[in-house]
Design a protein around this ligand. Structure first.
Ligand SMILES: Cc1cc2nc3c(=O)[nH]c(=O)nc-3n(C[C@H](O)[C@H](O)[C@H](O)COP(=O)(O)OP(=O)(O)OC[C@H]3O[C@@H](n4cnc5c(N)ncnc54)[C@H](O)[C@@H]3O)c2cc1C
Ligand code: SF4
Length: 475
């Protein structure tokens, strides 16, 4: 219990998370945020005024018991706090690093109304790291074997969290992953400097210890179909958690030139083929050193790509976004970090053509200036071209990070799996059951590109629903 009078608590300033120096970090892939030390974590926890109706919990998409966790940190019971956190969040060291807390728990924190909210994300990361580094990770015991087996397709946060819950219920669980590494976007998309691969690997290793089986390099829909998994390999249920990794392009002339990438391809090559460990590993992307790189888009993916290009030695790393900074979907912290690292921002700017030379190599992007008019269906103000505002930005590399859509393979090889008009799988909101008996779906493949915590929540919901189905036998 916090004995400091309320007034005193409200005078304490939010503790700052130490960060690597921008000049140093923009030349390497080391993690930018360094984590809170014990003293700062306890001081930060002491700022919480223990609301009767905590807005932080209401605004957490999976209802993490933040108030209780913060109180446990303040009392010095870090392992207790970690255990409480794990009750609702299977991947706390990951979400503590990548959740957009400003729109979620911290957005709901009462202290944010007048000053700075409690640094909930930093505290979450602190307890998760403390637990891991203490070596006292309390892995839950599994229930006796049920004799039922579940195939999970995709090893992103949705697949991993479902796997953890299902294996605990006593089911045999095997995760099939198309790529050669496990973790989905957590490893192929989000770069090392925001989420070290070792953290994701640690969580996967924990699941392995709990008995989850993993098989990589299996493209379900090509190597094996969903029907074969059920009818020939006799899985009792399947959870499809294949994400939304199919890139969307600009559809402007010139996208065929050498030097044009989708952000997903660029990040996947850098992350999975270890370009971030150059020169120990070959650089599997067009050499960015001393080149002009443009990244198009305003979300996390675009921001990750432009900061990656900078670290690969780009002379200029420029973000081109058609709206203003206020409309950028990227996390605020990422935008701040990018600016500190020397990323140039061309806001209210839209590429209308990519330019190239006679040998097919990219030379630049012809852009127009935009202004904002009325809000569109997304609620954001619609960008409109300013006539006669054209100009050319020189570029050797253009990376397009304007969005992604459903990974399509399973849908195209499973005719009785209902999809919507954008090819996302249709699943019942409460049960995550699809149109095909025994098949459940969740995460980005159902909602479209969302967040890690929402995908993780979907994985847990699917696990509960699959368990209910396997126990009752009723579809
Ligand atoms: C670059 C980038 C940065 C992001 N940053 C953030 C952030 O900071 N914070 C945040 O909250 N969210 C962020 N997101 C969004 C977040 O990562 C996703 O919402 C989340 O990962 C979705 O989880 P998922 O499990 O549904 O799918 P994914 O993480 O996409 O995982 C799906 C997995 O399924 C595999 N797969 C696909 N098809 C098949 C198949 N046919 N057979 C076998 N396996 C298959 C894929 O290879 C992949 O490993 C980011 C996304 C990107 C792309
Ligand atoms: S809303 Fe903020 S102050 Fe209130 S309980 Fe949650 S973290 Fe503490």
């Amino acid at each position: 219990m916090n004995v400091l009078p309320l007034k005193e608590r409200m005078k304490i300033l939010r503790r700052h998370m130490p960060e690597l120096d921008p000049l140093v970090r923009s030349r390497n892939f080391a993690e930018v945020n360094l984590g809170l030390n014990v003293l700062d974590a306890v001081t930060e926890a002491s700022r919480c005024i223990e609301c009767a109706k905590p807005g932080c919990v209401v605004d957490c998409p999976v209802g993490v018991q933040i108030k209780t966790i913060v109180a446990l940190i303040h009392a010095g019971d870090y392992l207790g706090a970690a255990a409480k956190l794990r009750e609702d969040n299977a991947l706390p060291a990951i979400t503590g690093r990548v959740c957009p807390q400003e729109n979620q728990c911290e957005g709901g924190c009462i202290l944010g109304k007048k000053g700075a909210p409690v640094a909930i994300g930093n505290l979450e990361r602190f307890v998760a790291d403390f637990e891991r580094e203490s070596g006292q990770l309390g892995l839950p015991a599994n229930a006796p074997a049920t004799g039922k087996s579940v195939a999970i397709v995709g090893s992103g946060p949705a697949g991993l969290s479902a796997a953890g819950d299902l294996v605990q219920k006593g089911h045999r669980v095997r995760v099939f992953e198309a790529l050669h590494e496990l973790g989905g976007v957590l490893v192929y998309g989000i770069p090392e400097f925001r989420l070290p691969k070792s953290i994701v690997k640690g969580e996967v290793d924990n699941l392995r210890r709990m008995g989850v089986e993993f098989e990589t390099n299996v493209v379900v829909g090509k190597s094996v179909t969903l029907d074969e998994l059920m009818n020939e390999e006799h899985y009792d249920a399947v959870f499809v958690a294949t994400g939304a990794g199919l890139p969307v392009f600009l559809n402007v002339p010139g996208e065929h030139f050498n030097g044009v990438y989708s952000a997903n391809e660029f990040l996947t090559r850098v992350n999975l083929m270890r370009a971030y460990q150059f020169p120990d590993f070959d650089q599997p992307v067009y050499d960015c050193r001393d080149k002009d790189v443009i990244v198009v888009g305003g979300g996390n993916t675009a921001m990750d790509a432009v900061r990656t290009a900078r670290r690969l030695g780009a002379r200029t790393a420029t973000l081109v976004y058609r709206r203003s900074e206020a409309e950028m979907p990227a996390r605020k912290e990422e935008v701040k970090h990018a600016r500190e690292e020397g990323i140039e921002f061309h806001l209210l700017t839209n590429p209308v053509e990519l330019l190239g030379d006679e040998n097919g190599w990219l030379t630049g992007a012809r852009c127009v200036r935009m202004e904002l008019s009325e809000p569109d269906e997304s609620g954001r103000r619609r960008p409109v071209e300013i006539k006669g505002s054209e100009f050319v930005l020189p570029a050797n590399v253009v990376i397009i990070g304007v969005g992604t859509t459903a990974n399509p393979l399973i849908q195209s090889t499973t005719p009785d799996l209902a999809t919507n008009r954008w090819n996302y799988i249709v699943a019942d909101e409460k049960t995550l059951r699809t149109s095909k008996p025994g098949v459940f779906a969740g995460g980005d493949i159902v909602t479209g590109g969302a967040t890690v915590i929402l995908a993780m929540g979907a994985g847990r919901k699917a696990a509960a629903s699959i368990h209910e189905y396997l126990s009752s036998g009723q579809w």
